[in-house]
Design a protein around this ligand. Sequence first.
Ligand SMILES: [Zn+2]
Length: 260
Amino acid sequence: MSAPAATETAVARWLAAAGSATVLTGAGISTESGIPDFRGPQGVWTRDPAAQALSTIDAYLADPEVRRRAWQARLASPIWRATPNPGHHALAALERTGRLAAIVTQNIDGLHQAAGSSADRVIEIHGTAHWARCLSCPGRTPMPEVLARVAAGEPDPACPACGGIQKSATISFGETLEVDVLRAADAAARRCDLFLAIGTSLSVFPAAGLCDHAVAAGARLVIVNAEPTPYDPAADAVLREPIGQLLPRLVAAASGVDGQ
Ligand SMILES: [Zn+2]
């Protein structure tokens, strides 16, 4: 491997000196909160490709049985029991230092906001599991309200406004990402001087391409991930420590606070 040799100490120094840091987070930051990684080596989709059909828009629209199973999967999701871990809390602390431009996240679990990150600084490029949206009208409903109907016995709760098919307000396979959300993520990547990619395999576009935009705009690129990524050779530093241990140390060091 030709991973750069910059150390944790150097990254903490860069973070302390950063005028504006943008963070990209992926599944790896939430596995420590008990939410499985869908795409990783032990991922749900990797081990059971049939489970991926539940997240494919064409199958979802065409087949009531796929929708029934998708609603049962949402009802049983570990997201509802998950709480933020020290990695999420460290990023909320980073925002309080005034150095955080934005958190662009591939996660749909809402754990950054639960940890105290400002909702207007969290850019959820794959949407959120905390809302349901109608596929026929602009209607959105808090997910707990829809799941209560599923728990009460409705297999496929219809939109209360128009009777249309509902799904979680997340991006399924076969759906395009929302243009204004992507634009915000892109702008956040281009205006930072430090770009931290945390817990993401950087294998899914356009999220991975944000690294290119940040580097092209002159930012340092730091990757924190257990597994190698295609962007490791382009990074100024690659750190492999567990996220929930590393991020609190980095943010504390960058804040001039000893220990934690
Ligand atoms: Zn509707």
